[in-house]
Ligand binder design. Sequence first.
Ligand code: GLA
Length: 435
Amino acid sequence: MSSTKRRVRWFRIEITAPTSAKSIIRHLESYVESSMFRIYAPSSLKAGLALCLLASCAGPGSYAQSSELASTPPMGWNSWNHFAGKVTDVDVRAAADAMVSSGMRDAGYLYVNVDDTWQGTRDEKGEIHPNSRFPDMKALSDYIHSKGLKFGIYSSPGPKTCAGFEGSYQHEEQDAKTYAGWGVDFLKYDLCGLRTVMGIYDPQPDWKKASAIMREAYLKMHKALLKSGRPMVYSICQYGSDSVWEWGAEVGGNLWRTTDDISDSFRSMALIGFSQAGLERYAGPGHWNDPDMLEIGNGGMNSDEYRTQMSLWAILAAPLLAGNDLSRMDDITKSILMNKEVIAVDQDKLGTQGTRLGPLQVWVKPLSDGSKAVALFNFVTDDVPQPITLRLKDIGFDGLVNVRDLWAHKDLGLLRDSYTVTPPKGGVVMLRVGQ
Ligand code: GLA
């Protein structure tokens, strides 16, 4: 397949790309170079922050709930990638149990997040109740908290969620209060149903108005969360539309999805992960770019490819939300999700998102102790892996450096000038380099 095509729908980016790995690479190169994230929104919508009228424009985080909330990228688990619309209270408790028994909690995974389809109906007072798969949200939350974990939930600013369940439209304060009463610590707020209210399906949509409605809706829930008095990590999910990284923090977001949904394939993961270069300046403590959840352990990629996701997400300082069935993890999955040296890169307190260095395969992230995490990727899955040379001066080092291999858990000793290695097909070599 030779043609590459980017199909863009307003408020939902859909990428179509060839399946052969070589053409994925060509596609990625043009995809990244064209800074797609900056070109798909109508230019009329880029005319500044309409919400500057409503919120302080002092800079990212100025509207955050507290400086401690999400001071490093949130880590945890979310039900969607594995359980999707079938998730139950029993599954979520099992995930919490496994989070502890597997060692994930001690490795830093904290949030246990129920995604879409937990909602039932509203009562005569307008209060939301869970459906029969979730008999008692407060009891579930207490159970999760009793394990030393935190509890996350999902809603939409629209009347309906993506899966057609009850959204928070016109019930924002009431829902925020309900969540606070249940002991919720994290809210993923997913655009979907609001698009009808925004008028984007009208014959001649008013894009400016649509954008303002969207931003106001996110700000409204942020204010409702603040008013509830309970700190909740606020996760904005609107698939990266309207350059959300430019205004996500202003509407109180602690993280915002930068792309459409990930799926459990190398193609999807690589297209999303390798296209994040350029967004690094929008990330920092309390406000993170979110290239979507982890697929590690779900079965659609091999272990080298899953190591690629873990390494790339760590370099990107991305939220690490596992999306697999934690109660059935094999040892390889555990070793990938719980590689403490790679997690330390993601969670480094400097909070700097790494980026691509020259050739697409080399990514680098500065760390708080002056060292640098470097990931050398070989995302050629249908060809013989090629050696990659890292020139130490390209990452700011002169003279002898200490190098540690974060997947082999091995010191490589003192090196000078350059390091050449051949990462496996679709895989990665990840280093920590310092003096
Ligand atoms: C959207 C989101 C997903 C998931 C589903 C649930 O597609 O992007 O992450 O939350 O909705 O319906």
